[in-house]
Design a protein. Structure first.
Length: 267
């Protein structure tokens, strides 16, 4: 069985509070995009995990696909499987690729072995694998709050627009990104802006709070954002804590950015 886990972008990311335990409360819109990995699972006499495409750091035993299988196998006595993951979504770019792989793995195993798990049950399992994982169970735009795990519906569609995604060869540590941010309440309510304001107003009103510090540390990220806006992007921003930068365009743009991978897709 083959599935295609997709990435997501953040439309705005406000860091509103730091809790005593060190975690931060955020407000952000998670939006799925059609940039995918490929995940294949077949029954096998022994358990096996292989990968291709972008090299995946760490031991295979720590891969979220493996952990997702082990989580369900511990509860439902699943037979051994062979897993192959072709990695195309850039790693550590704020796109949620690893979380998507885990969530799609849960969905695939649920269907493959007729476990009859509901979406709520799958979300509960996904939450044990990572804070972004539950989003990819329903895989539709949501407003994320709290530590990024409290989801509510948001009325937004970018259907018909084009997305330009730039993934520079920059590694951004999430911990260090948060360390450089001072939590504060946003000037504009994110949900209200996204649901009621035209995209042309977002550049001023929809903010990723990581940009202030990361653009100083990695000026090439700021340069890419400015270039996207200069080439006609209605809105451009860093996604998550980076390092991917995206622009939303009304028409398919014709552009290349030297020395940086660029993906263009219709939403």
């Amino acid at each position: 069985m083959v599935v295609f886990p997709n990435a997501k972008i953040n439309l705005g990311l406000n860091i509103v509070e730091k809790q005593p335990n060190g975690y931060h409360k955020i407000v952000s819109c998670f939006y799925p995009i059609p940039l995918t990995d490929a995940l294949e699972v077949i029954e096998s006499s022994t358990f096996k995990f292989t990968s291709s495409g972008i090299p995946i750091p760490g031991e295979p035993s720590g891969n979220l696909c493996v952990r997702a299988y082990e989580l369900l196998a511990a509860n439902y006595n699943l037979p051994p499987v062979a897993i192959h993951l072709h990695k195309h979504i850039p790693i550590g770019a704020g796109l949620g690729g690893g979380s998507a792989d885990a969530a799609f793995m849960l969905h695939l195993l649920n269907k493959m072995f007729d476990l009859s798990l509901t979406e709520d049950q799958l979300e509960n399992f996904a939450a044990q694998l990572g804070s972004d994982c539950p989003f990819f169970i329903k895989n539709k735009p949501i407003l994320a709050q709290g530590t990024g795990t409290l989801f509510s519906e948001i009325n937004i569609s970018l259907s018909g627009y084009y997305l330009v995604l730039v993934t520079p060869h920059v590694h951004v540590s999430t911990a260090k990104a948060y360390a450089g941010v001072t939590p504060q309440q946003p000037k504009f309510k994110l949900q209200q802006v996204l649901e009621n304001e035209p995209i042309s107003n977002w550049q001023t009103n929809v903010v990723n709070d990581f940009e202030n510090t990361l653009f100083v540390k990695f000026p090439e990220l700021k340069t890419i954002k400015k270039l996207l806006v200069s080439r006609g992007a209605l809105y451009a921003a860093l996604t998550g804590s980076g390092s991917a930068v995206y622009g939303i365009f009304k028409k398919i743009p014709n552009l290349a950015i030297a020395n940086h991978p660029v993906e263009v897709m219709q939403l």
